[in-house]
Design a protein around this ligand. Structure first.
Ligand code: C2E
Ligand code: MG
Ligand code: MG
Length: 557
């Protein structure tokens, strides 16, 4: 299963609106089982709240072969309502008449409810209903004043759930959300009346214990929380056991204002995590040393360019119809003395956190463009080089000037440089981003969305961005040949992306089965170990000399 599969409701209905296919998300959101939906007319989900003309217009459009997009309010089994952002795409027969409709939906119920609850949410966490970070800060600031006046001591605890991201990624955000809700509930039952708990964001909670003088009392409370979390949570059909790591600091010993107290409790919590999770840790000033070590990695990384420890490897992209190499993706490596090659997944996050990604990203751009220019001069004049661009880079005010400087200096024409950006970039500050993308496009640069399916963007949303291609995420290509749900979604992505005139690239192709599936479903371009691993530039030259990866020729149309 993957994130895309879990976030989209997918159904196929026939010409009359009768369900032929529904995915599990569709069932999960509507509360109906597959057996209850298949064979039924989709109209029985109708909530009755849309005007006749709204639905009539929808039918008119799709019956004439056009794609319809809009919001629908549907009725669940049991009578409650849910909201879905909906795209309906007709499948046309030889006479251009629709014979089936593909329905793709995103559950936006929470967003709708949130609109109505905006005022309440300013101080409460929308998911768990307990106070949020803002409220905690206010409360702590006030508590510090009171404690000072009354000469009292307090404890501040920060709890972060262990491996929550994994739970969220593997079981889905809906289950992740429910889990957070129930954790908040259990925390509350462990606390005394005057204690204060808040959700600080993500899977992090903070607790204020006013008027507590002994560390032992804090430990007893933490033990009570650990015991409570040990009881498995039963969510949907899943039994989930949760562990967490606590950091603790005391007022006034470890800090005299809200900001310092919270920061020190977090430092202590991070240390507990590093020591092996599922434990608690009191703040001690030495913990600042640990922070120092992270700073050392940062500083080593900041010298990596001048010490020439950064390298680029290149992985070919193959035209799945002709077998030709049409380009290569530049992938960063850090070669540290005595430590070998370090994968970008380990140091890019640090580089992004510290802003080092800016000089590093610029080095990558320049090196990759120089290399592509060299390949062009060696006779591979049509190759495009793909470069991963982090949001931080893209959002620099002078990003386009910097880019132009690189292409001018290396003499590579913009059309042979493709910028790969992840979905997260597209989800923020939309207008400004669209403007910048349009500018880049006008200058001739190629634009691609990377790791599609891991975030929350919908295909209909992509329409607003002037991009050239879409890369289906590797996690997703993985199961394509043996998971029916994944296969349907892959087909859907390809077909809708083609509707939007996007080139579809599949990354992480490792097997012949995956390749055949992708070829049969008209995926345009492929990349993966099946063709080649990322290799140093010298070896990439040898690959290029080979020219073609022609496989399964019969399958090409
Ligand atoms: P990405 O851009 O999605 O790159 C594809 C990743 O998938 C690469 O990992 C590649 O080695 C790996 N891969 C390719 N084919 C296969 C396959 O068949 N099977 C498997 N299991 N893996 C495959 P890599 O090189 O470790 O890079 C990881 C990520 O780091 C990249 O993901 C990209 O997001 C980031 N990254 C790499 N270079 C740069 C860079 O120069 N700048 C920035 N900002 N990010 C970079
Ligand atoms: Mg990439
Ligand atoms: Mg990718």
């Amino acid at each position: 299963m993957n994130a895309l599969d879990q976030s989209l409701l997918v159904a196929i209905v026939n010409r009359d609106g009768v369900f032929h296919y529904v995915n599990s998300k569709f069932c999960e959101v509507s509360h109906y089982g597959k057996g209850e939906l298949l064979g039924q007319n989709q109209s029985f989900l109708d909530s009755g709240c849309h005007s006749k003309s709204y639905l009539k217009e929808m039918w008119r459009m799709i019956q004439t072969g056009k794609v319809w997009k809009g919001e629908l309010r549907n009725r669940r089994k049991g009578g409650t309502f849910y909201w879905v952002d909906t795209t309906i795409t007709p499948f046309l027969n030889g006479n251009n008449k629709p014979y089936q409709y593909l329905i793709i939906q995103i559950d936006i119920t929470k967003g709708k409810a949130a609109e109505e609850r905006a005022r309440y949410l300013a101080h409460h966490d929308s998911l768990t209903g307990i106070p949020n970070r803002t409220k905690f800060n206010d409360f702590l600031t006030h508590a510090v004043v009171e404690a000072e006046k009354n000469q009292q001591t307090m404890a501040i605890l920060v709890l972060d759930l262990d491996r929550f991201k994994m739970t969220n990624d593997s079981l889905g955000h809906r289950i992740g959300d429910q889990l957070l809700e129930e954790v908040a509930g259990r925390l509350r039952t462990c606390l005394r009346g005057r204690d204060f708990v808040a959700r600080m964001g993500g899977d992090e909670f903070a607790i204020l214990l006013p008027d507590i003088s002994k560390d032992n009392d804090v430990v007893l409370l933490i033990q009570r929380i650990f015991d409570s979390l040990k009881q498995p949570f039963q969510i949907a059909s899943q039994k989930i056991v949760v562990k967490g790591s606590f950091g603790i600091c005391n007022y006034p010993k470890d800090g005299e204002d809200a900001e310092t107290l919270l920061r020190n409790a977090e430092i202590a919590m991070n240390d507990a995590k590093q020591k092996g999770k599922g434990r608690f840790n009191f703040y001690v000033p030495e913990l600042h040393k640990i922070l120092h070590q992270t700073l050392k990695i940062e500083s080593a990384l900041s010298h990596a360019i001048e010490l020439e420890e950064l390298k680029l490897h290149y992985q070919p992209l193959i035209n799945l119809r002709t077998g030709e190499i049409i380009g290569l993706e530049a992938l960063l490596r850090w070669e540290r003395p005595n430590e070998g090659l370090i994968s970008p997944v380990h140091f890019i996050p640090v580089a992004e956190e510290t802003g080092l990604i800016l000089p590093i990203g610029e080095w990558v751009l320049r090196t990759a463009c120089e290399q592509n220019r060299a390949w062009h001069e060696m006779g591979h004049g049509s190759l495009t080089i793909s470069v991963n661009v982090s949001s931080l880079q893209f959002e620099q005010d002078d990003f386009i000037e910097r880019l132009d400087r690189v292409t001018n200096a290396t003499g590579l024409s913009a059309q042979y440089l493709k910028l790969e950006m992840t979905e997260s970039l597209f989800l923020k500050n939309t207008e400004k981003i669209i403007e910048r993308l349009n500018h880049l496009k006008a200058l001739g640069y190629k634009l691609s969305i990377d790791d599609f399916g891991t975030g929350y963007s919908s295909l209909s949303y992509l329409k607003r961005f002037p991009i050239d291609s879409l890369k289906i995420d590797r996690s997703f290509v993985n199961n394509i040949a043996n998971d029916a749900d994944d296969a349907v979604i892959a087909k859907t992505i390809i077909s809708l992306a083609h509707n939007l005139r996007l080139i579809v690239v599949a990354e992480g192709i490792e097997s012949e089965e995956q390749l055949v599936f992708l070829q049969e479903h008209q995926c345009d371009v492929g990349q993966g170990y099946l063709f080649s691993r990322p290799v140093p530039s010298e070896n990439a030259g040898t690959l290029l000399a080979k020219k073609s990866y022609r496989r399964k020729e019969k399958k090409h149309r």
